[in-house]
Ligand binder design. Structure first.
Ligand code: ATP
Length: 890
């Protein structure tokens, strides 16, 4: 079927759809169940079994398995079975952790998957692109990624970049008209928009003609490679650290074994103990727990409405030192209401709130009838004409469809009793030059009933003023005199000073009908009609969020296309601009090189009247000063800056697909305060990772040292292999995972950002690991020494006591790991997961010690009350010795 050859009506009929109302929701569901989801087939995933088996790939685990097998052959059945069971459980835990990390990453991918605006049951709604079906009517604008193959039915200056499909990076312009030809190349099928290609300009509508593998992309793509797993810098660093730790642990283990054999211990027993020690002491599970902690943090971020697209962003968030944020919609509500109007030398105020089209017009305190004010009526009509927004009543509420700035103009016109239909009867739109944030204007060429043509322009008043040679003044067209200009400028400034966003309207008659219209020739010599001032209230939570960021050593910078005076007023109301803080406008910014900007950028808090292109320069200057920069954006032109920033942030509701694809973080609610929450969570995740690294390594140091000390002192083994493996599985594993879910310490947002190159062991962590680990080993040995008085029965008793001491010392120490300061700093009941992990570890230890069937397996005997006095007294030492003010490391 050659879709490009068919005209729109034929396509509509062929795919059984209706251009006006689209498909019904139930029909779409039927088509999904019949033809499947709109997705490309993915490559094979790792199966559950091979993931489980991969847990045994670790060399030491393999050696342990072989050693266990040999001990089984030698008749040590119980040991062999018990050790195998523990290895199996360990693998199960590893499998569970990896699966969980994988699942949450998968869920994340789903959440940030693209959406498409589609007409269903006569209403435009957003659906995940994978739910598109053949026959759907789809709407797109510049910045959209096309979700399925479409036959275009409307194209307002659409240009699409099809390099993903054709390799050609120059955008192609698209049309609606059918194309003749037998073998038209994909690149020349100008009335088709292909799945996966990028709209760079204009807006349009199309009918879905192919989905999933039945698209041009599906046919060339074949099977999609499943995306490679993301590795964050911290994970990479931990992998390297892991290698060093393996060497250390193995070296020490070899030493323990060698010493043991020299002291006359049974060689085979020493070997088994050594391998068990190596398995326990090598933190092979660390990268998996880190992934779990990262992905759990990511889940918490989702609850706070921040979606992480790149896992590495979680770490970088904790280092952010500057947030550059858009103003409109991110710091403000993007709910615009016109409150002031200035035209023809007269000023009006407008009452009413939000998009409710009810309000009155006042002039000097007296209510007026708009029909009697010609200039006002003309301004409102033009504002309504050069406009695509619609206000509709839904469930007794007025909702906006379109751009809020334009919506405010529609509402103001409705308050005056005007509506668009009669205007469109009076004026036919001939041509349109859409708004872009570089020009900051939008124009339409219209033709009136007499066939006369006009250009009507609306845009930023200061720019429109430069383009106007005339003004409607006292209801007459007059040359733009210095006096009129001054009056208009005064009005722009006064509105800006009240934090109002301003927008002006101008027009001019066009002489000939057949002019070839260009933006430059149209948007000049205009007749200035008047200007609107609209409020866009700040989001209430933003002021506090900016303060919290300041306390956390993070500077907030406002970037806006609005007038400098408006931006300054809003920045001041948000306490963003400190005394001496500078406001820089786009003009000044464009005069500076990146290096020159670098010299002054620390003082600038507001960038006003900037174009998206300027954002890249700002990011570069900040980065050259050593800042870790977060940058927000929503449009196509924001993408380079979002990509260049250390943390690129895009808007979930108003952001384009391009901006989202470039970003590492998506704000579901477009809200600045969400960035602060994400940073807080980013810092917390990093601290939690440090907490369990500290816990695991200190425990491992303790385990190795107790064995080493014993061998140095020519003592029997203080712990048997199965006990070592048990401690590794239960006492180390569970609490470490619970630490990964800890809440942040109270001052997490009162500290300065972390340096991005800060090592894992900085801020005293290395000292803590070694000192606490040393003491854990020491007290375990002491208990062993105090309880061992020779003889086999005594040995089992002493080993049981040492085992209990090791477990208890670690379980007490885990509470110390929750704080950077001391164990007293935090409520021990503050983390329920940790309590659960600790209590269950204790109960399991009790079972191993007191439950008779388990005693021979774990080489234990029941302990008496006085044993516990000794055990608990000494087990607290590694934690409480450092808890006093003097000895505390902080
Ligand atoms: P930011 O979101 O970065 O804070 P912004 O998005 O408000 O800034 P722009 O949308 O680029 O910035 O708007 C800049 C100026 O362009 C506005 O102050 C307004 O005068 C004008 N403007 C905004 N929207 C339109 C529009 N739809 N038509 C005409 N002019 C507009």
């Amino acid at each position: 079927m050659k879709w490009y050859e068919s005209d729109v009506d034929a396509v509509e009929e062929l795919v059984h759809t209706d251009k006006q109302n689209g498909l019904s929701e139930s029909e779409a569901k039927k088509r999904i169940s019949k033809f499947g989801y709109n997705q490309l087939a993915e490559g094979k995933k790792v199966s559950a079994l091979s993931l489980f088996l991969s847990q045994f790939k670790d060399f030491m685990v393999f050696v342990l398995l072989v050693a266990t097998f040999i001990s089984g052959l030698l008749g040590e059945y119980i040991d062999a079975v018990a050790i195998s069971a523990i290895i199996f459980l360990n693998a199960l835990l590893g499998y569970y952790q990896e699966r969980r990390a994988e699942k949450s990453l998968e869920a994340l991918k789903q959440l940030s998957s693209p959406q498409t605006t589609v007409l269903r049951d006569g209403e435009w709604r957003k659906v995940p692109s994978q739910e598109l079906v053949v026959g759907d009517i789809v709407k797109f604008t510049s910045g959209s990624r096309i979700g399925a193959d479409l036959r275009l039915i409307r194209s307002d200056g659409v240009e699409i970049e099809e390099s993903a499909l054709t390799g050609e990076s120059v955008p192609v312009s698209k049309q609606v008209e059918r194309i003749e030809g037998d073998l038209v190349e994909l690149g020349d099928q100008a009335n088709i928009a292909f799945m996966g290609t990028l709209v760079t300009r204009g807006s349009g509508v199309g009918i879905v003609i192919g989905t999933g593998m039945n698209t041009a992309m599906g046919q060339i793509a074949g099977l999609l490679e499943s995306a490679p797993q993301q590795v964050t810098p911290l994970q990479r660093r931990l992998e390297q650290l892991g290698k060093i730790l393996i060497v250390c642990a193995l070296g020490l283990t070899v030493l323990v074994v060698a010493l043991g054999i020299m002291q006359g211990h049974d060689m085979y027993k020493m070997f088994l103990a050594g391998v068990s020690l190596a398995v326990a002491a090598i933190p092979e599970g660390l990268p998996a727990i880190v992934t779990v902690a990262l992905s759990l943090g990511v889940q918490r971020m989702i609850k706070r409405k921040a979606i992480v697209r790149r896992l590495s962003a979680v770490e970088t968030l904790g280092c952010a030192s500057v947030i550059c944020s858009d103003k409109t919609g991110t710091m403000t509500q993007n709910k615009m209401t016109v409150t002031t109007i200035y035209a023809s030398g007269k000023k009006w105020s407008v009452t009413g709130t939000g998009y409710q089209p009810e309000g009155c017009f006042f002039n000097g305190g007296t209510e007026i009838r708009v029909s009697q004010e010609k200039a006002l009526q003309q301004l409102l009509s033009f504002g309504l004409l050069v406009n695509h927004a619609n206000i509709a009543e839904k469930n007794a509420e007025y909702v906006l469809d379109g751009d809020p700035t334009e919506g405010a103009l529609v509402v103001a016109a409705m308050k005056a009793g005007l509506s668009r239909e009669p205007l469109l009867e009076q004026y036919t739109v001939v041509h349109e030059f859409p708004f872009d944030s570089k020009r900051k204007m939008m124009s339409m060429v219209v033709e009136d009933e007499n066939g006369d043509r006009y250009v009507v322009t609306k845009g930023a008043p200061d720019i429109l003023l430069q383009k106007s040679e005339w003004a409607l003044w006292h209801e007459r067209k007059q040359p733009m005199s210095a006096k009129i200009k001054k009056s208009l400028e005064g009005s722009i400034e006064s509105m800006g000073g009240q934090a109002l966003r301003t927008i002006a309207v101008g027009f001019k008659p066009l002489r000939s009908k057949h002019e070839s219209y260009t933006i430059n020739s149209l948007e000049k010599d205009l007749i200035f009609v008047g200007l609107f001032g609209m409020i866009d209230p700040p989001r209430p939570e933003v002021k506090n969020a900016i303060r919290e960021c300041r306390e956390a050593g993070i500077k907030t910078v406002m970037i806006t296309g609005d007038h400098a005076i408006t931006a300054t007023a809003i920045a001041s109301s948000l306490d963003l601009l400190p005394p001496g803080g500078r406001v820089m406008d786009g003009y000044e910014l464009s005069q500076l090189s990146v290096d020159e900007l670098e010299d002054v950028v620390e003082d600038v808090y507001v960038f006003a009247r900037v174009s998206p292109e300027h954002k890249l320069k700002i990011v570069q200057a900040l980065q050259q000063r050593g800042h870790i920069t977060a940058m927000t954006g929503d449009g196509v032109n924001d993408a380079p800056a979002i990509k260049a920033a250390d943390i690129g942030i895009s808007m979930g509701t108003t952001g384009t697909d391009v901006a989202k694809e470039a970003s590492a973080l998506v704000l579901m609610d477009d809200n600045f305060a969400t960035i602060k929450e994400a940073i807080k969570e980013g810092r917390n995740i990093y601290e939690n990772i440090r907490k369990f690294i500290r816990y695991l390594l200190a425990s491992n140091v303790g385990e190795i040292l107790v064995m080493l000390f014993a061998m140095l002192m020519a003592l029997p083994l203080p712990l048997v292999p199965i006990q070592i493996l048990w401690v590794n599985l239960v006492t180390d594993g569970l609490p470490a995972m619970a630490l990964g879910m800890d809440k942040p310490e109270g001052d997490v947002m009162k500290r300065n950002p972390r340096h991005p190159r800060e090592g894992v062991f900085s801020r005293g962590l290395g000292w803590k690991v070694l000192s606490r680990g040393f003491l854990i080993g020491l007290v375990t040995l002491l208990v062993f020494l105090f309880t061992y008085r020779g003889g086999q029965n005594e040995l089992i008793h002493a080993q049981t006591a040492a085992f209990a001491t090791l477990v208890m010392a670690q379980l007490i120490h885990v509470f110390d790991c929750r704080s950077d300061y001391s164990v007293y700093h935090r409520n021990p009941f503050g983390n329920v997961y940790l309590l659960f992990a600790v209590v269950s570890s204790i109960l399991l230890m009790m079972a191993v010690i007191y439950y008779p069937p388990l005693q021979p397996i774990f080489h234990t005997v029941s302990l008496a009350a006085h044993d516990w006095l000794l055990i608990l007294g000494l087990a607290g030492i590694p934690t409480f010795v450092f808890a006093g003010k003097l000895l505390s490391n902080k």
